[in-house]
Design a protein around this ligand. Structure first.
Ligand code: NDP
Ligand code: HSE
Length: 437
């Protein structure tokens, strides 16, 4: 079985290392040896350490490598939309099998890849694209195909989880924690994709597509990153017995007419410390799947890094190689349900709002009136002196309000109106809340 490896960076170099170290076992599992036909990179002169591979295999001509007749499987660990899309469509149309870790491309234009795979008759596998080493997509697209999935909730970005965990545990600064995550090989080539939530949104789109048999793209996902999470938010969460995580939530629901829909969102949220996702630290990922017959399932493991991701890539390489030897291909994309994606405004969420207000009679009533006007029910209110110090009438006070579940649009409108009240000096923090508080 001859492989074209596209990319030899954090993930690709670990793929090469594992292919070398486990050559005999992999050959035994597949029924044929795996050989690297060539490795496409951007810079031929780059120092690649003591990578156990023949240096003459490197090329900058990715397309030429893909088109070679002696290539059976194309493994893409370059990333980005172009030229990766063109390469993979070319490979799939030519009947080659493709293994990719490229969630950005799958979420941007998965349809082009699936269509090309159907045309060419090869396999398209992408286990490494979501949650690194965790076997998650295969369970969704195979093991749970007899069930009905209602909700998927998870931490699917290692970099942001690393940053938020560091901010929470050690009070580390955002920039310092991001630098460390980048050094450890967790971050994307442009870490904006991580911290602004684009990477998690791409993964959410892939998960929702598989869970709900519906084509969901990156543009369908409501996305907020962690760049606006402040040390004050982290402290506020701690004071409530909570922590902040960047969550991906994909759920079935219904619109006003009772039509079945899905909603897919990525945003930071406060979760209670007793919530199983609260203890997921470092660059680990965890994903809850709630299925009708199976009940809740939890998947946990390393979500980023060269070796964990290479493990998932090689698992796919073994699967597609076996299929090729057997002359079969796996089931094609399942998108028959074609459910509409509901806008974020209609998603049901809860807010934690921290206000700096004037400390005088009637303030609570005025604030509560804003919530009432937007039909948002308040779950808890806590008032204390501003900044936690001693204060008297006429000075400021901190007001922390946690709501019951309401449409996100109503909650957002409530916050907008609160910002306009003269008794509200500032809205110190607004965070969504998931899990019971
Ligand atoms: P790197 O930036 O470390 O490596 C990218 C590789 O692609 C490099 O070898 C680079 O060549 C090569 N490359 C870039 N542009 C071209 C080009 N135009 N033609 C040929 N080769 C090119 O990325 P990662 O290994 O971190 O990530 C690769 C993919 O895996 C991405 O899609 C990423 O999202 C995904 N992924 C990454 C994870 C991680 O933890 N890092 C986890 C899960 C998925 P050169 O070496 O010469 O620079
Ligand atoms: N940058 C990604 C992350 C890599 O931090 O999760 C794994 O997909």
């Amino acid at each position: 079985m001859r492989l074209a490896l596209l990319g030899c960076g954090t993930v690709g170099s670990e793929v090469v290392r594992l292919l070398h170290e486990q050559a005999a076992d992999l050959a035994a599992r597949i029924g044929a040896p795996l050989e690297i036909a060539g490795i496409a990179v951007r810079r031929l002169g780059r120092d690649r350490g003591d990578l156990p591979v023949d240096p003459t295999l490197f090329t900058t001509d990715a397309l030429g490598l893909i088109k070679r007749d002696d290539v059976d499987v194309v493994v893409e660990v370059v990333g980005g939309i172009e030229p990766a899309r063109g390469w993979l469509v070319e490979a799939l149309r030519a009947g080659k099998s493709v293994v990719t870790a490229n969630k950005a491309l799958l979420a941007e234009d998965g349809a082009a890849l699936h269509d090309a795979a159907a045309e060419g008759g090869g396999d398209l596998y992408y286990e490494a694209s979501v949650a690194g080493a965790i076997p998650l997509l295969r369970p969704l697209r195979e093991s749970l195909h007899g069930d009905r999935i209602n909700r998927v909730t998870g931490i699917v970005n290692g970099t942001t989880n690393f940053i938020l965990s560091a901010m929470d545990a050690t009070g580390a600064g955002f920039a310092e924690a991001l630098e460390e995550a980048t050094e450890l090989g967790y971050a994307e080539a442009d870490p904006t994709a991580d911290v602004e939530g684009f990477d998690a949104a791409a993964k959410a789109a892939i998960l929702a597509s598989l869970a709900f048999h519906t084509r969901v793209g990156a543009a369908d996902v409501h996305r907020e990153g962690i760049t606006e999470v402040t040390a004050a938010d982290v402290a506020s969460a701690k004071a409530m017995g909570c922590t902040i995580k960047l969550l991906c939530i994909a759920a079935r629901g219904a619109d006003a007419a009772g039509r079945e829909t899905v909603s897919v969102r990525v945003h930071p949220a406060m979760i209670p410390l007793g919530h199983p996702l609260a203890s997921v630290g470092d660059a680990f990922n965890a994903v809850f799947v709630e299925a009708e017959a199976a009940g809740p399932l939890m998947f946990y493991g390393r979500g980023a890094g060269g070796a964990p991701t290479a493990s998932a890539v090689l698992g796919d390489v073994v699967a597609v190689s076996r299929n090729r030897l057997a002359g079969v291909r796996s089931a094609s994309e399942s998108a028959y349900a074609d459910l509409p994606v509901r806008p974020m405004g209609e998603a049901l969420t809860r807010y934690h709002i921290s206000l700096d207000v004037a400390d005088r009679p009637g303030v609570l009533e005025a604030v509560a009136g804003v919530f009432a006007r937007h039909d948002v029910s308040i779950a808890t209110v806590r008032q204390g002196p501003a900044g936690g110090g001693a204060t008297g009438r006429g000075e400021d006070a901190d007001l922390v309000i946690v709501t019951h579940v309401a449409p996100d649009a109503a909650l957002a409108a409530t916050v907008r109106e609160l910002r306009g009240l003269d008794i509200v000096r500032s809205v110190a923090s607004v965070l969504r809340v998931e899990g019971g508080l």
